[in-house]
Design a protein. Structure first.
Length: 168
């Protein structure tokens, strides 16, 4: 069994177990940390599939949004922080385990992930001329800003006009 297979099974197991922990844990802090671990492991799976853009997007959007939302809810509920601070040590073991798993997954991806596969899963460079050796992120950017620039601009202007109407 080669490294990508082992890494896939490891990340898939961590993703499944952390997703199960999200719905089964009673403590909301532990559940949120498990959700972060689930998203991070899913991003590692995307990176193993050579979809780096989607993996990074998953981490930036979902992990960032989940943590911001969680902090927003905690601030809106006006929880007495003195009570939480005295029991802070209860959260340290779970946070340490989640942090250690994230560090190990990152090290595995950086150490073996990029050199483990010689050929891409699907050759996307044949459809786009002169792009041999480009990364997936660069290919996505080239297609968006050349072939689909009009649709991209329309989508961007629709989103910006909607948000400006809401602020009025």
């Amino acid at each position: 069994m080669n490294f990508p297979d082992i890494a896939f099974y490891l990340f898939a197991a961590v993703t499944s177990l952390s997703a199960l922990a999200v719905i089964s844990l009673r403590n909301s802090v532990h559940a949120a940390l498990s959700l972060v671990l689930c998203f991070f492991s899913s991003a590692c799976l995307w990176i193993l599939l050579q979809a780096e853009f989607l993996g990074i997007l998953l981490v930036l959007v979902y992990v960032g949004a989940v943590m911001v939302l969680f902090l927003f809810v905690v601030m809106m509920l006006d929880i007495n922080l003195d009570v939480l601070r005295k029991d802070f040590r209860r959260f340290v073991p779970m946070a340490t385990i989640v942090g250690a798993i994230i560090v190990i997954e990152t090290a595995l991806i950086l150490w073996h992930g990029y050199g483990a596969t010689v050929q891409p899963v699907r050759d996307t460079t044949a459809a786009i001329g002169g792009t041999a050796g480009w990364s997936n992120t660069r290919l996505i950017g080239k297609v968006i800003y050349t072939d689909y620039i009009f649709a991209f601009e329309v989508a961007a202007s629709c989103c910006s006009s909607r948000s400006s109407r809401r602020s009025l």
